[in-house]
Design a protein around this ligand. Sequence first.
Ligand code: CDP
Length: 221
Amino acid sequence: MKKITIAIDGPASSGKSTIAKEVAQRLGIAYIDTGAMYRGITLALIEQNIPFADVNQIVALMNQIKMEFKIIEGSQHLFIEGEDVSKKIRSVEVTENVSEVAAIPEVRQHLVSLQQRMAEASSVVMDGRDIGTVVLPNAPYKFFFTASPQVRALRRYKENMAKGLTSQSLDEIEAAIIERDRYDSTREHSPLRKADDAILIDTSDLTIDEIVTNIIQYVEK
Ligand code: CDP
């Protein structure tokens, strides 16, 4: 089979991971959630009480911890030092701090090179903020998702409810999403930005199935 590389970027809760997962499954290729990797580093820094300003300690930690993805019953789980941290990396505390950690150049360098190696090894659907622009600039298939902040906040609210995370109101979630997008779009290093050659998809009024089918048709064409 020919190697397939698909890059998907977009702001928080724009539908990237749901769509990327489904596309990967239908094509029988790997899905790589780069946001989970930034969340994993953030969690490790919080748990080990390492200040976000201490770049030397952060680099030492990244060089030393073992972070790996495993597929369990069809869904992707992140393991750090053998512990399944998939739930912990979605906590409000990690979500509130991840953008600050993701803006540290040394963190980006480390994770981008890991991501590039993962995409070299096999066909992938990779989602994040800088995949089409920085991680895989030569990917033949690039998509950029958008959706209104209201739609995105409601999606995250429902996701949180389903997971039993009920501490934040819809308004609080919307405010947090807007703030994280602002931070991600204005940071100095590889900000969230649509690659010039990426296809823009507004997911506000489309169903998951419509988007997935569109992407698959485009890739198989
Ligand atoms: O799932 P959600 O939309 O909440 O975000 P995520 O994909 O888990 O990403 C969490 C955070 O990681 C983002 O807000 C960015 O600050 C950062 N990130 C990044 O900088 N570059 C990436 N390729 C992926 C995530």
